[in-house]
Ligand binder design. Structure first.
Ligand SMILES: Cc1ncc(COP(=O)(O)O)c(C=O)c1O
Length: 392
């Protein structure tokens, strides 16, 4: 179908200044990876987020993979994870041997909570993955962090969609042991399609991540009379808790890092512009009781995505009218992970998550990329009103 408003695979455009930064790095970066632009990006990201240890990586999945490695799971260890999330929130932990226990979302906020987590705790729980989904910071993230600390559980915050959101001045990604960010093409800030950041609290993790990220490369500790011998660089990943970890190559290129540093200046503005649009959309559709939105007009939500629950079993009719009559490509997101064949075949097909199932079966996600023109946004608003009138 040729959509007038597609569900775009790209979130935003670049300003001339941002394009100049890209060109400057293309011209001057030596090397093109692991250099000064990476250091600058990590430093500025740390100032932005309020965290000491930040590591640029090639995407959020790589950051999740390293978090999973650093959890050092043993046989039988479990991790709690929402079933209503993107697949990469979960499989890196399974890859490292942990068993997922799917937790439900809250009906109203559409994210997990301390209550839903507590229902999944067993003596085997080792870690909790929370996902600030749709761009909404989990309201009781502080309480979740305290609970995890008291119970000796590692907390991983998947902030792929919610960068810049905060509660009481504390940003998403700074509450857990690990904070994971994405600069993928869809996200409110993208470093040319791929990119991510891993933020950690513990110095013990911070010391090992640069080597874990880059093939185990490190310097020589021995005195070397000739710089060329025994070899250019050393490979000697230190042990963590008396265990060897296998290294990876998850570095982010210098051009992406240079751009990321520049984009940090604009992220709050992008988030605010998306929030203003979202609130207007929600307010103007309040006349109809067919769509239920989660309305949050504060810095707690960046409206990475704009989703609604479609009441009265009218979801498919709504989607059909929006696509066929209005040529607007709404989508349905976050198939409960336990329903995918992949997870079923692994033996993780069971979940007690009625809210996640119900939301998925009745939800709609509107095209909501930042680069949508004002004309297209007005067209989508007007068209949605018309469809809602028809569905009355
Ligand atoms: C909630 C969530 N977690 C993780 C990821 C993975 O991000 P990346 O594509 O940067 O690996 C995404 C990306 O869509 C996501 O939405």
């Amino acid at each position: 179908m040729n959509f007038k408003i597609p569900f775009s695979g790209r979130a935003h455009k670049y300003t001339q200044e941002e394009k100049d930064v890209i060109l400057e790095a293309v011209e001057n970066a030596v090397p093109l990876t692991q250099g000064k632009y990476q250091n600058e990006f990590q430093e500025k990201f740390g100032e932005f987020i309020g965290s000491e240890y930040c590591f640029a990586v090639n995407n959020a999945t790589a950051a999740l993979e390293m978090s999973a490695q650093l959890c050092q799971f043993k046989d039988g260890d479990e991790f709690i994870c929402p079933s209503h999330t993107f697949t990469a929130s979960a499989y890196p932990f399974i890859k490292k041997g942990a068993i997922p226990i799917w937790t439900d979302i809250d009906k109203e906020t559409r994210v997990i909570s301390l209550d839903t987590i507590k229902k999944c705790i067993t003596p085997n729980t080792k870690a909790v993955v929370v996902v600030h989904l749709y761009g909404f910071i989990i309201p009781d993230i502080k309480e979740i962090a305290n609970f995890c600390k008291e119970n000796n559980l590692l907390l991983i915050e998947d902030v792929a969609q919610a960068m810049g959101t905060q509660i009481d001045g504390e940003k998403a990604g700074t509450f857990g042991d690990f904070g994971v960010f994405s600069f993928h093409s869809h996200k409110n800030m993208t470093t040319l399609g791929e990119g991510g950041m891993l933020v950690v609290k513990d110095k013990k993790f911070a010391n090992i991540i640069p080597m874990l990220r880059h093939n185990g490369h490190c310097g020589w500790e021995i005195e070397r009379p000739n710089y060329w011998t025994p070899a250019m660089g050393n490979v000697d990943l230190p042990m963590l808790n008396d265990e060897y970890l296998m290294p990876n190559n998850y570095c982010l290129g210098e051009v992406e890092c240079a751009l990321g540093t520049k984009l940090l200046d604009r992220l709050d503005e992008i988030n605010a512009q998306k929030r203003v649009r979202a609130i207007r959309f929600i307010n103007e559709l309040e006349f109809s009781n067919i769509l239920s939105f989660h309305k949050v007009n504060t810095i707690e939500h960046n409206y990475h995505l704009l989703v609604a629950y479609v009441n009265n079993n009218k979801r498919d009719e709504f989607m059909q009218k929006m696509s066929e009559e209005k040529l607007i490509q709404c989508v349905v997101q976050y198939y409960p992970l336990n329903r995918y064949d992949f997870y079923k075949k692994l033996g993780f097909g069971k979940a007690d998550c009625p809210n996640a199932e119900d939301l998925f079966d009745n939800m709609v996600s509107f095209p909501f990329h930042h680069m949508m023109s004002d004309d297209d946004f007005e067209y989508m608003l007007k068209s949605t009103k018309e469809v809602l009138e028809e569905l009355k």
